[in-house]
Design a protein around this ligand. Structure first.
Ligand code: PEP
Ligand code: MN
Length: 365
């Protein structure tokens, strides 16, 4: 099946004044005062064009703060009237859509937990048939690009052409510095498949904490993402949800002004196809190195474990299995067998070298 989306470019429905699109607001609407105080301050940050707030909150376990519900939509409407910001909420079922439309929310977004379920996506898309409203679709929790694409396609087929994809990172079982692993190769691939689709990054849900927001936001811009969604709360320390990752509007302003927007000469229309492809290669190489580094990190963990338990470094049986499996997978993807063998060999050599170093360090102690 080929890929096709009928997209209205971002510039066709929102004026970002040359800056990447910035969406900000609290994780959750909590009180009218909190919503309005946050919005007033955010309206002073020139890059912010859309105000976000969760009204219905998906919680892992029942009993936590589950959102204020419909009355929060009245507060959002007041935000719009008072500040002129566009408003946006997460919707997870057709009833949410009805209420959001009734209260004149400007933009809907679909959360990561909803995008994993094609039944829900089908229901939501059907509820929007014939409605002209922009929809932002977060990546599904699990790193499955087809689920993400499927959701975009379902809304597009229902007639939604103002679409934005939001990259908010993925659940990853291994220890990593982020709440949700960015796996940048996935949004890059999405942009490669749909060059006209705006893709924005949500560093807040990737990081889960404040101190890494800037590096992730900068990386997103360097990878030519079209904007950022960043959570902001008038008083993050008392936020009812996602307190650790929210920043005050003042700190958001500082963060945004510290970002470097690298000018890409004539980037909009690449002079030659060749240049476009070279940029693609640069990005893929950056991802490739990142993945190799992550692999080496895990190798080191294994090395420490083996060393602590006096297990030998080289385990031939395991390595033979790895080679057979990787050759099979690689050949299926169209890679040359000899090339794969050489690649696996250098990676293995380096892994053994690192683990030997770990063993030696322990023995010299
Ligand atoms: C949110 O934006 O507050 C949210 C719940 O995000 P996600 O669906 O990405 O987890
Ligand atoms: Mn949140």
């Amino acid at each position: 099946m080929g890929y096709y989306l009928d997209i209205l470019p971002l510039s066709g429905w929102i004026d970002t004044q040359g800056f990447p699109l910035v969406i900000s607001g609290p994780c959750s609407a909590e009180t009218e005062e909190q919503v309005l105080a946050t919005a007033r301050k955010l309206a002073e940050v020139s890059q912010v064009k859309i105000f976000r707030a969760g009204i219905w909150k998906p919680r892992t376990r029942p009993g936590g703060f589950e959102g204020v519900g419909e009355k929060g939509l009245v507060w959002l409407n007041n935000v719009k009237k008072e500040t002129g910001l566009l408003t946006s909420v997460e919707v997870a079922n057709p009833l949410h859509i009805d209420q959001a439309l009734k209260h004149k929310v400007d933009i809907l977004w679909i959360g990561a937990r909803t995008v994993v379920n094609p039944f829900s996506i089908h229901e939501l898309a059907s509820a929007l048939k014939g409605v002209d409203i922009p929809v932002m679709i977060k990546n599904p929790v699990n790193p499955d690009i087809d689920l993400w694409i499927g959701a975009l396609e379902r809304f597009n087929k229902a007639g939604i052409s103002k679409l934005i994809a939001i990259h908010r990172g993925f659940y990853f079982f291994e220890k990593n510095p982020y709440r949700n692993a960015p796996m940048w190769e996935i949004p890059i691939e999405l942009k490669r498949i749909f060059p006209e689709l705006p893709v924005i990054c949500d560093p807040s849900h990737i990081c889960g904490r404040r101190d890494t927001l800037k590096e992730v936001a900068q990386k997103a811009l360097d990878l030519e993402m079209n904007g950022l969604m960043l959570e902001s709360h008038i008083n993050p320390d008392i936020a009812l949800t996602d307190g650790n990752q929210q920043v005050t509007p003042g700190n958001l302003k500082k963060l945004l002004s510290s970002l470097v927007i690298r000018k890409r000469e004539g980037n909009v229309e690449f002079e030659t196809k060749l240049e476009e492809l070279r940029t693609e290669i640069d990005k893929l190489d950056a991802e490739l190195l990142n993945i190799i580094a992550r692999r080496m990190y895990v190798i080191d963990e294994i090395g420490k474990y083996k060393s602590n338990n006096n297990i030998t470094i080289l385990q031939l049986e395991r390595w033979n299995k790895v080679v057979i499996n990787r050759l099979r997978t690689g050949i299926k993807s169209g890679l040359n067998k000899k090339f794969l063998q050489q690649l696996l060999e250098v990676v293995h050599e380096e892994s053994i070298r690192r683990q030997t170093e770990i063993f030696n360090r322990k023995n010299n102690r």
